[in-house]
Design a protein around this ligand. Structure first.
Ligand code: FAD
Length: 317
């Protein structure tokens, strides 16, 4: 079922979560374990991230460095198919511009359509680790909006080869990303919102937000989206903080702000367990307030760890 249908039929806030494919070489049991731990909370859908290639350098004799290109977490399409068939759950693969030609994207979308996936989250993707700026492929896309248009075209039966006859129109429900604290490259929030609105005009049907730790950032973002004429559902993304290191690594990697009170709670925690308790307690507070405000879905970034999300879901749903 499409995410938009889940939302329109729901009587109260839904639960969903995001999974990371395992590292190359690992098996799928860890994914099944996470899903099984969270099944009792009746997830409406499960997102599976996509990870582009990275460069690895190996030192050769004589000090020369040999560069290898590796995708450390392949398997997004396979995981989506496996989960939806084993647990009868709707899955949402992330599809990205980075590392993909338009034709490779088209072929991936055909695979997804054939395995019965009805939803995609369309993203640009981050720059390759170590490269300062995002570079699209020569025959690929540079912005998520271009990928939204490719999926929307396929939904109208329009493929890259305009001479294809009797082409099957896919029926993907398209989601996109939104940033309550603005995307880090955007000159300001209103410029970011103008591009977000364009993604909506071109076919996006719902938005999932970047993580945030201050609900006011989400509420303000929703108000500004509405002022800009963005009317589609805006799903808040939540990440329970679980280690002291995340006080700096999350702002560094995701460009988010940590409220003073949370910083103090984590700094004053005297053990790893106490830090985790503080992070989970904070996220429970966030989730309860958002649910009371009737958000459509509470979407959790599990980052491969089901326990904190299960604890929060138990307290909130
Ligand atoms: P875009 O919408 O393309 O925006 C990128 C920047 O360009 C913004 O600053 C925007 O304001 C600006 N902009 C947009 N369109 C234009 C245009 N036409 N001309 C000029 N400027 C423009 N990354 C992954 O690699 N894999 C994942 O699985 C993944 N999942 C994610 C899930 C969520 C919910 C979120 C919030 C992010 C996720 N990301 C993922 C990270 C995401 O790829 C990065 O944040 C990326 O830097 C931007 O992606 P976007 O789709 O928002 O890009």
């Amino acid at each position: 079922m499409k995410i938009t249908q889940h939302i329109s039929e729901a009587k109260e806030t839904l639960f969903s979560f995001e999974l990371l494919p395992p590292l190359k070489g690992e098996n799928i049991q860890q994914i099944h374990g996470t899903v099984e731990q969270l099944l009792e909370f009746n997830p409406a859908f499960v997102d599976v991230t996509y990870h582009r290639e990275e460069y690895l350098y190996r030192e050769m004799t004589g000090g020369l460095l040999k560069k290898r290109t590796v995708r450390k977490r392949p398997g997004t399409v396979g995981i989506c198919a496996a989960i939806s068939h084993k647990y009868n759950l709707d899955t949402v693969p992330h599809i990205i511009c980075g590392g993909f030609s338009k034709e490779e994207t088209e072929n991936a979308l055909i695979d997804l359509d054939f395995v019965g996936v009805e939803n995609v989250l369309v993203l640009r993707g981050d720059p390759i680790r170590g490269e300062g700026r995002f570079k699209g492929e020569a025959d690929g896309h540079s912005y998520a909006i271009d990928l939204v248009n490719q999926v929307a075209d396929m939904n109208r039966g329009k493929y890259l080869d305009s001479e294809l006859k009797n082409s099957n129109a896919t029926d993907f429900c398209i989601g996109v990303a939104g940033y309550p604290e603005k995307h880090f490259e955007a000159p300001n929030l209103s410029s970011d919102l103008r591009w977000l609105k364009r993604k909506v005009e071109d076919g996006a049907e719902y938005i999932i937000t970047q993580m945030f730790f201050d609900n006011q950032a989400y509420f303000d973002f929703v108000s500004k989206c509405r002022e800009h004429g963005i009317e589609i559902p805006i799903i808040p993304g939540l990440k329970p903080l679980t280690t002291k290191r995340q006080l700096t690594s999350l702002p560094q990697n995701f460009h988010v702000n940590m409220p003073d009170e949370l910083v103090r709670m984590v700094e004053n925690a005297t053990s790893k367990e106490a830090v985790k308790e503080a992070g989970v307690a904070w996220c429970i507070r966030q989730a309860k307030e958002l649910k009371a405000a009737n958000v459509p879905v509470l979407h959790f970034y599990t980052m491969g760890k089901a326990n904190p999300t299960a604890e929060i879901a138990r307290a909130v749903f």
